[in-house]
Design a protein around this ligand. Structure first.
Ligand SMILES: C[S@@+](CC[C@H](N)C(=O)[O-])C[C@H]1O[C@@H](n2cnc3c(N)ncnc32)[C@H](O)[C@@H]1O
Length: 314
């Protein structure tokens, strides 16, 4: 079991195998977290290898510095992985990366720390920013957003069918007093959602939706998929672990668009000229039973792998 403030890396073995670490290769861990995957990558890298670690969360970066500031193979950058192109440009590594790992979403330390405001289980300020120094907190946004916009976010990013009801309840509650704590929001949502037996807390989907929206997670993923392909060396691999069907669908579609010609149509007579920028490596990978028993978080993990064709885009 994970102890508090630890993060058990998900799909650890399959992700490492998919990255096919070469001792002298160049790798990027775009979601350092607490460095579970990074540590395993470094264990396979030799002295000539390089690992760039990125996270937008200052606490993750503090952890990386404490562990790896003295390791000449490791470069640490606090950044949004959407800005990967700029990070790699500065290091002269665009087009030279042998493997890029993105293990997206929140880390256990982020969820467990009530002060970060991600959790309906631990009361804390309703913040939810992975980078608390930029952007608007969930409380600030909920205080000013239109009811229809709140409903849209909860429905779209939480796949919550009671989005309208929940938005109405939020707007009614904020007329009395601003919603500033996670426990307040959790109880407003629980009261708004019709009861019934469910293994999930009624606020699960709403918290997920707000977190994805506040952090612009889907836009960051879309951007990373574009710049990630450019970052790779021929034969380099992109390994993406996601935790929601919303994210996995985007990865699947972008990989397919890069790997397969569009379906033939009269409006696209140039299908023969299609040049793949990725080739798919296997299909969807999920955690096995041993892993899901040891780490319930692994239950929703979905991994996809693609490779830059050799000789392309070098
Ligand atoms: C699931 S955890 C990664 C855990 C890590 N693989 C480990 O083994 O410890 C996700 C991490 O990605 C970071 N993250 C999420 N979205 C990000 C983004 N757009 N840019 C940079 N970091 C991001 C979060 O701050 C969090 O630390």
């Amino acid at each position: 079991m994970a102890r508090d403030h630890e993060h058990v890396p998900v799909l650890h073995g399959p992700a490492l195998d998919a990255l096919r670490i070469r001792a002298d290769g160049i790798y990027v861990d775009g979601t350092y977290g607490r460095g579970g995957h990074s540590a395993a990558m470094l264990a396979r890298l030799g002295e000539e290898g390089q690992l760039v670690v990125i996270d937008r969360d200052p606490q993750a970066i503090t952890d990386a510095r404490a562990k790896y500031a003295g390791d000449a193979r490791v470069t640490i950058r606090r950044a949004n992985f959407a800005d990967l192109h700029d990070v790699l440009d500065e290091l002269g590594l665009n087009g030279r990366v042998d493997g890029l790992l993105l293990d997206i979403g929140v880390s256990s330390p982020q969820l467990d720390d009530a002060e970060r405001g991600f959790s309906f289980q631990h009361d804390g300020p309703l913040d939810m920013r992975m980078d608390p120094e930029h952007g608007e907190s969930a409380a600030e946004w909920l205080a000013r957003a239109e009811e229809s916009e709140i409903a849209r976010v909860i429905k779209e990013f939480g796949e919550e069918r009671f989005g309208k009801r929940i938005a109405r309840a939020i707007c009614k509650a904020r007329e009395q007093a601003p919603i500033e704590r996670t426990a307040e929001l959790a109880s407003i949502v629980s009261e708004a959602v019709p009861g019934g037996p469910s293994p999930k807390h009624p606020a699960t989907r709403t918290f997920q939706a707000l977190r994805i929206f506040i952090n612009g997670e889907l836009d960051a993923l879309d951007a990373a998929l574009e710049v990630g392909i450019d970052a790779l060396a021929p034969g380099g691999r992109l390994v993406i672990i996601s935790f929601h069907s919303l994210e996995d669908r985007r990865v699947k579609r972008r990989f397919a668009r890069a790997a397969k010609p569009p379906p033939a149509s009269r409006r696209l007579p140039t299908v023969e000229t299609f040049v793949p920028t990725l080739k798919l490596v296997g299909g969807l990978v999920t955690a096995d039973e041993d892993e899901t028993q040891a780490n319930p978080r692994a239950r929703s993990a979905r991994m996809r792998v693609a490779e830059k064709p050799a000789g392309e885009g070098a």
